[in-house]
Design a protein around this ligand. Structure first.
Ligand SMILES: *Cc1c(COP(=O)(O)O)cnc(C)c1O
Length: 373
């Protein structure tokens, strides 16, 4: 039966209809269409992508892998699995691959949440946690942040008999905050065994040697820990979609059962493998980010704007009329990320780009603030 203006959304369960769609960074092509701009004149600092692109080794691996795309990928990722296991001192059976680490977050939710369960995440934490929780009809518990950071004692206090998952982003997106290592360890020691902790470390490569996560080693102590890593950020493979989790083999087994057999394509597997062999590219990305972070934060200070000190490759800054400033930036070909949907309507998040991109962002922002202070 065909009606004039069909709306079949009522066929979906209430908890699906209640999902607020994910708002990503505006694609360059879309802004070009909307504003009649040349794509080459647009600077996108909105999705925490690597301004250096990808490792040259990954580029070669991609070219080679393209020759074989008529074949299905290795659904178990055998070759990549052994490289990841070697590099991070894991057992192959501890590893789960995802179509981006967002897939990992969803696999954890699908394997362990039912409508009778609760999942905990912090206010101002990554938007995908409530999304995957709600998609399962489970109850999401948002714990208020403390100075824009995770409040670990409050998260512990929110645990009930129904809690199955706690999502923690470290560093967190969009606030860039990092949890002190000793605090995180003490927290894990207090989480009861019926609760799994998903530790989302998408930005670990941007941490200093001293701050870098030791969570892979902690897996020996905590059977209920799931560590999630991404190839989208420092490795620059955002468009290929690949990430992985490391956890107890029995937890990995459950996540693999709900995983689509070919969720990670062959080109992504080859690129990830080559990327892990290019420490130099990661080191260059880290160094560029350190310099760019300094450039942008100094620039924000000069404009009299306050920001949340960040450990990642982006920084969120406060600005009067954030929505209006965002529109003005767009009009001038600069894409940043408004984060009102993260409960931060007075902030914009800017990713660290190339020196010239950062400079363009700062000069356009200065102009905007001058014309409507
Ligand atoms: C960007 C980001 C990811 C990465 O997602 P992918 O699916 O791997 O691209 C995961 N977690 C957080 C907190 C992020 O900011």
């Amino acid at each position: 039966m065909k009606s004039a203006s069909p709306d079949l959304s009522y066929l979906a369960p209430d908890y699906i209809r209640a999902i607020a769609p994910y708002q990503g960074g505006k694609p360059i092509s879309e802004l070009a269409r909307e504003m009649g701009l040349q794509e080459a004149d647009i600077v996108k600092l909105a999705s925490n992508e690597n301004p250096l692109g990808i490792s040259p080794k990954a580029e070669t691996a991609i070219q080679e892998a393209l020759l074989d795309i008529a074949r299905y990928p290795d659904g178990n990722g055998f070759a990549l699995r052994s490289v990841v296991a070697d590099k991070f001192k894991l057992k192959p059976e501890q590893i789960v691959f995802g179509n981006g680490s967002n897939d990992i977050l969803e696999l954890a939710a699908r394997a362990f949440l039912t409508p009778a369960c609760e999942a905990i995440y912090a206010q101002h934490a990554f938007a995908v946690y409530p999304l995957v929780t709600q998609a399962l009809g489970a109850h999401g518990v948002e714990v208020p942040a403390k100075d824009y950071a995770h409040d670990l004692p409050a998260i512990l206090a929110a645990i009930t008999a129904k809690t199955r998952l706690i999502f923690i982003a470290n560093p967190n997106n969009p606030t860039g905050t990092l949890i002190d290592k000793a605090d995180l360890l003490a927290f894990l020691q207090q989480v009861p065994p019926h609760v799994l902790v998903v530790l989302d470390e998408a930005y670990d490569e941007y941490l200093s040697e001293e701050d870098k996560s030791q969570a892979f080693a902690w897996l020996a102590e905590f059977d209920n820990l799931i560590v999630s890593r991404s190839f989208s950020k420092a490795y620059g493979l955002a468009g290929l979609r690949i990430g992985f989790a490391a956890c107890h083999p029995s937890v990995a087994d459950m996540m693999n059962r709900v995983r689509q057999p070919f969720n990670v394509n062959s080109v992504a597997q080859a690129a990830a493998m080559a990327s892990l062999a290019d420490d130099d590219f990661v080191a260059r990305s880290y160094a560029l980010n350190q310099a760019g972070m300094l450039q942008i934060t100094k620039g924000l200070e000069k404009l009299g704007l306050s920001y949340i000190p960040s450990y990642a490759n982006f920084v969120s800054f406060a600005v009067k009329d954030a929505a209006k400033v965002n529109q003005a930036l767009l009009k001038n070909g600069v894409i940043v990320r408004p984060i009102a949907n993260y409960g931060m309507p007075d902030y914009l998040r800017v990713s660290i780009g190339l020196f010239s991109e950062n400079a363009r962002f700062l000069s356009v922002l200065a102009q905007i603030l001058q014309s409507h202070p």
